[in-house]
Design a protein around this ligand. Structure first.
Ligand SMILES: Cc1cc2nc3c(=O)[nH]c(=O)nc-3n(C[C@H](O)[C@H](O)[C@H](O)COP(=O)(O)O)c2cc1C
Length: 409
């Protein structure tokens, strides 16, 4: 869920700042990039050097920074973030946020931002229960700021006990994941994705397959989950881990895949990225076929169900947006346009798979893809990009097409 997310971590001047160093590590372990701002007070507790070494990025401390300000650094820091985490959030920082003060880098960035904000308060229980902090916390919650903690327990101050301990780094990570999913453009949507090849049995040990790796379909499922969708991924046999935060149904054959797809409906959008075998063996031998010196057995084929066309032609449970993939080796766009009309789907993502090497290069099995998006409006040629980037772009288009969750739905 946090993979590829850009987190801006603001460290305030509290004793819990040491836990924020661990938080940086936990966020990075999950694939997030982390930029750190430290208040002047925070630097009495932990050093920018430590935060920079862990985040692998320059740490920002000054509002009036000659290097950063030529391109309005404090605005850019917010713009280039998906989520701002304030940890520890001091009583002072919360007061500034609640009142819109902006006299240092941390508070100026928070004011010049429209990004989701998660605060992890940490302070003495008397500070936390003070009427001023109560008012500020209520104001921040009303402003849409999310809170994690504080937890109750022993304080750093000797003998002090009560609510005010900063939430543990993993609790903050999980809250960040929830918040990102809840604020994504596909929040409340169910997206169904198919991925990988299918295996069509000939006998108990042999099957017909294709070169699909599942990388593109899995990247699409992961991107949809990051955008906040509930995602069902129906995957053929692949050598890929299940994407985080995705409900994965593993299948083998085209017929299994169709059954799993039908069971997963209804969905708001269905993206059929799997390379489903067009044909299967007309009859599957119950025992292994033997090479016993006789004639070579003929392989008779029969047609598989067409999952894309089946779902696109459903009368009552058709997803609002049905997207197919076309892998072609020639006349890519023309074939894909014809396929869009024939299958009754809304969009076709077409790619040229004529370059395959079968091992590392090419589209099938490779890590990058140059696709054409074919819609009712026309054809868009997307430049070659990583499959992850193609997935992000496609999911952004899906979200724009579905629009915000409406009251009428
Ligand atoms: C040893 C020490 C520990 C402190 N711990 C906290 C704390 O946990 N929470 C808090 O809100 N303030 C704490 N303070 C007070 C803040 O550091 C002080 O209010 C500071 O101005 C906060 O600045 P900032 O909000 O810009 O980081 C502590 C101060 C000292 C000297």
């Amino acid at each position: 869920m946090l993979a590829t997310k850009r987190i801006l971590l603001i460290i305030g001047g509290g004793i819990a700042a040491y836990k924020s160093l661990d938080l940086i590590r936990r966020l990075k372990e999950r694939g997030a990039s982390v930029r750190v701002i430290m208040t002047a007070a925070a630097q009495h507790f932990v050093t920018p050097l430590a935060a920079g070494a862990l985040s692998h990025e320059r740490v920002f401390t000054e509002l009036f920074d000659r290097e950063a300000e030529h391109d309005i650094g404090h605005i850019r820091l917010s713009r280039e973030a998906d989520l701002i985490i304030v940890a520890p959030a001091t009583a002072d920082l919360m007061a500034k946020m609640a009142h819109g003060l902006a006299d240092d880098l941390a508070s100026a960035v928070l004011l010049a931002s429209d990004k989701p904000v998660l605060v992890a308060p940490a302070m003495n229980p008397l500070m936390w229960s003070h009427a001023a902090t109560r008012r500020n916390a209520a104001q921040l919650a009303a402003d849409g700021v999310a809170f994690i903690g504080p937890n109750a327990g022993a304080m750093a101050e000797r003998g002090e006990d009560g609510p005010g301990r900063m939430a543990e780094p993993m609790e903050i990570v999980e809250a960040a994941e929830r918040l990102l999913a809840a604020s994504g453009p596909l929040k409340g949507r169910h997206v169904l994705v198919t991925s990988g090849p299918t295996h069509e049995p000939i006998d108990p040990v042999r099957y017909i397959a294709n070169r699909s790796s599942g990388k593109q379909g899995h990247a699409i499922a992961a991107a949809a989950a990051r955008a906040g969708a509930q995602v069902t991924l129906v995957s053929g046999p692949v050598n890929l881990p299940d994407p985080a935060g995705v409900d994965v149904r593993h299948v083998e054959s085209a017929r299994d895949m169709l059954a799993a797809v039908e069971a997963a409906l209804p969905a708001d959008a269905a993206i059929f990225a799997a390379a489903v075998a067009d044909w299967r063996a007309a009859s599957e031998a119950g025992e292994k076929l033997k090479k016993d010196g006789n004639a070579i057995p003929p392989l008779m084929l029969t047609e598989n169900p067409d999952i894309l066309a089946t779902v696109a032609h459903l009368s009552n449970r058709r997803p609002r947006l049905v997207v197919g993939f076309a892998a072609e080796t020639q006349n890519v766009v023309a074939y894909a346009q014809a396929k869009r009309a024939r299958k009754g789907c809304d969009w076709i993502v077409a790619n040229d798979v004529s370059q395959h090497s079968g091992i590392a290069g090419g589209v099938m099995g490779g890590d990058s893809n140059a696709v054409h998006l074919i819609t009712a409006e026309g054809v868009e040629h997307w430049p070659e990009a990583s499959k992850a980037a193609v997935a992000e772009k496609l999911i952004a288009r899906v979200a724009a097409s579905l629009g915000p969750l409406g009251a009428a739905e």
